[in-house]
Design a protein around this ligand. Structure first.
Ligand code: NAD
Length: 418
């Protein structure tokens, strides 16, 4: 397998739009250099009594537009190259949707699936303790990402507040509601993506009725949630997968029933057992299955020059971060496949994280319908903005999003005299 180069992909995207924005090489360098990289070795006691060291990271990429913001990923393949790329994308994402935050990302190289709840708690607490001097409500605000969740955030908040001896719920988002989490955060990424998709379908004059959808990755907050929301909005979900493989059904799947089987038996593919018309497929097959909308909602770098030519979908809604390589982007552009780019498509999550932070700082909490009513216009405006730029400059929607996001970051850096 080719080594993935997510940070190079980010650099390629910035270099491309720098020409359009007329940014000097010096600016490109600043926009592609993280402000700070924090690497720590954290040590925890395993259930068998032995000690184990893990690599822990926080990359604070850019804070020209506001405090650093970005998730924490626990994954065996999490490394500094990946975390750097994700941190950079966060800065662009916050700028695209116009929320006053910068970009960061964190991670621990570990295999959460092979760890007990107690071991995960100790890793989360160790990350929180090690990073406590570097994060804060007006400094750097972490959140969940792959294989971390509200519980992880609760442990980190607890460590941070012990370390600083004060209450500061705004230091972290994606927390449980009991600790100051926001209503609607759990499904915000998926919901925001559906607003972007709906608006694109309307603005581009695409066929609206009965669009078929394939979702790669079935995490509760993103993949499973988007499948459920789209099913309720008259889309037909024809394929779903998780890390163990996927299923395809031309007549449509019920995401709620699929989730029940996944929760009970541990794998989506078990849903196919004994059902005619539902066939087991690999993750690779899912990417090229017969559908109108493909939603990568798992890991980065899955759509490449090797498989982009085989994708049958006409729309790719990027809910995962960085699922499409620049080479695949070129192939999609030539083939007329529209990519709704991650820096807008999945920005619903960070937007509601921003709402959570605003509520924590203000000490005043909103209802679910207030959250939804505030999220929708932000996502719709984001799509309209990048659509207009793509028309005016004759560029793809990703390039348009980078023109908007990188342009706003560069503007803030210039205003600061950086
Ligand atoms: P998660 O850990 O809840 O879920 C990940 C899902 O992907 C799981 O169902 C897992 O089985 C599946 N998966 C893992 N490896 C896979 C593979 N090789 N092929 C297919 N499926 C695989 O994570 P999440 O929070 O849902 O995040 C998913 C993606 O969305 C990530 O790229 C993340 O960066 C991005 N994202 C998440 C949020 C958020 O609010 N959670 C916000 C923005 C972007």
């Amino acid at each position: 397998m080719l080594k993935k180069t997510p940070f190079k992909n980010y650099q390629t995207n910035v270099t491309l739009v720098a020409k359009i924005l007329g940014l000097s090489d010096e600016y490109v360098k600043k926009l592609t250099t993280p402000n700070r990289i924090i690497k720590k070795k954290i040590s925890i006691k395993l259930d068998n009594g032995k000690k184990k060291l893990f690599e822990a990271y926080r990359v604070q990429f850019n804070n020209a537009r506001g405090p650093y913001k970005g998730g924490i990923r626990f994954h065996p393949e999490a490394d500094i190259e990946e975390v750097k790329a994700l941190a950079a994308a966060m800065a662009v994402k916050c700028a695209v949707v116009g929320i006053p935050l910068g970009g960061a990302k964190g991670g621990v190289t570990c295999d959460p699936k092979g760890m007990s709840a107690g071991e995960l708690e100790r890793v989360s607490r160790a990350w929180g303790k090690a990073m406590s001097p570097y994060i804060g409500a007006n400094k750097d605000i972490p959140a969940p990402d792959v294989y971390t969740n509200g519980q992880t955030m609760a442990y980190i908040l607890d460590e941070f507040e012990k370390f600083h001896d004060r209450s500061e719920p705004g230091v972290i988002t994606g927390k449980p509601i009991s600790l100051g989490g926001s209503l609607g955060r759990d499904t915000a990424t998926a919901l925001g993506g559906t607003f972007v998709l709906r608006e694109f379908v309307a603005i581009s004059g695409s066929e609206k009725k009965g669009l078929t959808v394939a979702v790669q990755g079935y995490g509760k907050g993103v993949g499973a949630a988007v499948a459920k929301i789209l099913k309720q909005s008259d889309y037909k979900i024809v394929a779903i997968s998780d890390s163990k493989g996927g299923i395809y059904c031309a007549d449509g799947l019920d995401p709620v029933e699929v989730e029940k089987v996944k929760d009970k038996r541990g794998s989506i593919q078990d849903f196919a057992d004994g059902k005619s018309g539902v066939k087991k497929i690999s993750n690779e097959e899912l990417l090229s299955c017969d559908c109108d909308v493909l939603i990568p909602a798992a890991l980065d770098g899955v759509l490449t020059k090797d498989n982009a030519g085989a994708v049958k979908a006409k729309i790719v809604l990027e809910l995962a971060n960085g699922p499409t390589t620049p080479e695949a982007d070129e192939i999609f552009a030539k083939r007329g496949v529209t990519v709704l780019p991650d820096v807008l498509a999945n920005a619903g999550g960070v937007t509601v994280s921003y709402f959570e932070w605003v509520q924590n700082v203000g000490g005043f909490y909103w209802t679910s319908s207030e959250i939804r009513a505030k999220l929708e216009p932000i996502m719709v405006k984001g799509l309209k903005d990048i659509w207009q730029i793509s028309r005016d400059k004759n560029v793809t929607l990703r390039e348009a999003a980078y023109v908007l996001g990188v342009g706003r970051i560069a503007h803030a850096m210039k205003d600061r005299g950086r």
